[in-house]
Design a protein around this ligand. Structure first.
Ligand code: PHE
Length: 342
């Protein structure tokens, strides 16, 4: 008489359930081996059912064979899995050493540009300057026109300026903040403005399409070029020490008259001449000058009563001098090994 395949199938379902609950409870390798023998051993449950192959109908034989093989694989996989997990548990012995030092979370570091900008702010604030900000996306009016930069000036060229839609552009210097400040405030003015600027430069060791400037502006009655000199000298000495010298060379900017470029004596060789200053003893910082009366015309300041001076300052250059950094690109790569040195 052939045994009912249906009955065998339901018995196998019960066997599977029993295996699951027993294997879930396993605490050690010994118990696991017992389960393996009980279910998969030569005389184990699965083997017993293989013996029943002879007593089912010819049609059910392959089906039973299939089911049993699947069950065997399933049990084996589960036993292997438990074995691995018992092994990992035994490796740390289930013991957690609370006295071991933990893995410290990585802390972030401030970019040296930020450190330098904070220091510059602090120095100028001690000299009575307040800080202004302006948008990075500017109009042609603030970036050029109100600064007396003529329409055919090379800095307005597509090659130098990132133009956006609708007469907008990425500011090429912090000087537009001069205009924004004078528009909203009557003299006296004594401000600095720090921030990012953009120019179409191909990156190399000393050029970057993104860079930072500090702008300065002072407007009052009786302001003269000597005040500009004194201000920059006092700043340079607070930042780099009492022996720093500042020198001015005649130059031209559309928004200052007279204009100058100014240099700090080389802090590496104290002005004796070295590789950093190309043997000149001086490091170029930026431009400065007396505010051109034409600029006052754009902001309704009376040029008969007021005079002023303004200057720019490249933050990257100052940071490179201060920390001995030889490539401007380091500032923008956010390499942890670089950042954690400051
Ligand atoms: N804006 C000028 C530049 O980016 C620097 C400057 C600022 C010159 C203020 C004079 C006065 O080169």
């Amino acid at each position: 008489m052939a045994e009912s395949f249906e009955i065998i199938l339901s018995e196998l379902g019960a066997l599977e359930g029993a295996f699951k609950s027993e294997s879930d409870e396993v605490k050690g390798p010994q118990a696991l081996e017992e389960i393996r023998i009980k279910y998969l051993g030569r005389k184990g449950s699965v083997a017993q059912y293989f013996k029943k192959m002879g007593s089912v109908s010819t049609a059910d034989k392959p089906k039973l064979g299939n089911t049993l093989n699947k069950l065997k694989d399933e049990f084996q996989t589960e036993i292997d899995r438990i074995q691995v997990s018992l092994q990992t548990k035994s490796e740390d012995n289930g013991f957690i050493d609370l006295t071991l030092p933990g893995t410290p979370p990585q802390v972030g570091y401030r970019n040296p540009l930020m450190l330098v900008m904070d220091e510059i702010k602090e120095i100028f604030s001690s000299m009575g300057f307040s800080t202004e900000t302006g948008p990075l996306v500017e109009t042609e009016f603030y970036n050029f026109e109100a600064l007396n930069v003529p329409a055919d000036h090379p800095s307005r060229d597509l090659q130098d300026t990132f133009y956006l839609e609708n007469d907008l552009l990425l500011r090429t210097h912090t000087s537009p903040v001069q205009i924004r400040t004078m528009q909203k405030q009557k003299p006296p003015v004594r401000i600095i403005a720090l921030g990012r600027c953009f120019r179409k430069d191909t990156p190399d060791a000393s050029h970057s399409p993104e860079f930072h400037q500090c702008e300065g502006l002072v407007v009052d009655k009786g302001i003269a070029f000597s005040h500009l000199k004194g201000t920059l000298l006092a700043f340079a000495r607070k930042l780099f020490g009492p022996n720093i010298q500042v020198r001015f060379r005649p130059s031209f900017f559309p928004f200052t008259e007279p204009s100058a470029e100014y240099d700090f004596s080389c802090i590496i060789c104290s002005g004796k001449g070295c590789r950093t200053c190309k043997k000149t003893g001086w490091l170029e910082i930026s431009g400065a000058g007396m505010v051109d009366p034409a600029v006052f015309g754009y902001v309704d300041y009376d040029a008969e009563i007021y005079t002023g001076f303004a200057w720019g300052m490249g933050i990257e250059r100052i940071a490179m001098m201060k920390y001995g950094i030889d490539d401007i690109r380091h500032f923008y790569e956010n390499d942890f090994r670089f950042l954690k040195q400051f």
